[in-house]
Ligand binder design. Structure first.
Ligand SMILES: *Cc1c(COP(=O)(O)O)cnc(C)c1O
Length: 258
């Protein structure tokens, strides 16, 4: 997550937070909040925020040279609801954000998708929108998208157009450990539709819920049921087992705080 903040700082642009100071701040905050960390699967939600602070009103043409990094921490309940419906509207006309801003992690991400998400809810009872401009399957308003077709895991290769999720990366890593073939390649709505009709699974990935298995899609106004969620659940468990210290942390993801 730290390199991703730095990548966002470079693109916006804002001053780039220094790695060790950033990590030290996170560790110190978690230590101080230790009494308020709930038992898993609830969690302490951490939301680092970087804002420009130059005391100048006319900043349209030049970047802020100073910035404040602050970290919000809050106990949250279990984000994940087993068996809850995840109905996704497949949208081929609109894009989530300007294509050169896809890698930026900022509050505006949620705002820019919100209009389409609310419309999808009102018109189709959908929970989220999968943005697929001209048929190119990209991501939803706030999570990455992965297709699980038999032993193949398919997701769009990293480009400037979409957010490089840390959970996406974790899922691909764990999936390889579990024996899946990982294909980072472009794929279309037609391929997605055919795969789901033939029994493929689909998942959304993001920090809060880790993995949300999709239960149905709306494509061209028609609802298509996703029949299986087992593989998604199994990959999710493989990741949360590492987070909870129940499985070996082979990739050095855990940071010891106390
Ligand atoms: C945060 C976010 C994601 C998921 O990223 P994670 O690092 O896995 O939490 C995906 N897409 C968008 C647009 C996001 O803002």
């Amino acid at each position: 997550n730290i390199p991703r903040t730095q990548q966002t700082a470079d693109i916006l642009p804002l001053p780039r937070p220094e790695t060790q100071a950033y990590l030290d701040a996170l560790v110190e905050l978690v230590k101080r909040a230790a009494d308020e960390i709930p038992d898993a699967p609830a969690a302490l939600y951490l939301r680092p925020t970087l804002i420009g602070t130059d005391p100048v009103i006319g900043k349209a043409g030049s970047p802020s040279e100073t910035a404040l990094l602050y970290i919000l921490a809050s106990p949250v309940g279990d984000y994940f609801k087993v068996g809850s419906p995840v109905n996704i509207l497949v949208e081929t006309e609109h894009i989530r954000c300007a294509p050169h801003m896809g890698r930026v992690k900022c509050g505006g991400n949620y705002a820019s998708a919100m209009h389409w998400v609310l419309k999808a809810k009102a018109e189709y009872g959908a929970n989220q929108v999968l943005f697929c401009p001209n048929g190119d399957v990209q991501e939803t308003g706030a999570s990455n998208f992965i297709l699980i077709n038999g032993d193949e895991i398919i997701t769009k290769p990293l480009t400037d157009e979409f957010l490089h999720g840390v959970t996406r990366d974790s899922v691909l890593t764990v999936a390889k450990d579990l024996g899946y073939t990982v294909s980072e390649r472009n794929f279309t709505v037609d391929e997605l539709k055919a795969a789901v009709e033939n029994g493929a699974e689909a998942i959304l990935t993001g920090t809060a819920a880790v993995i949300s298995p999709v239960t149905s899609f709306v494509i061209d106004g028609k609802e298509i049921e996703v029949k299986n969620q087992e593989r998604g659940y199994a990959i999710r468990k493989a990741i949360t087992d590492i987070q909870y210290g129940l499985a070996e942390d082979k990739h050095g993801w855990l940071v010891r705080v106390c």
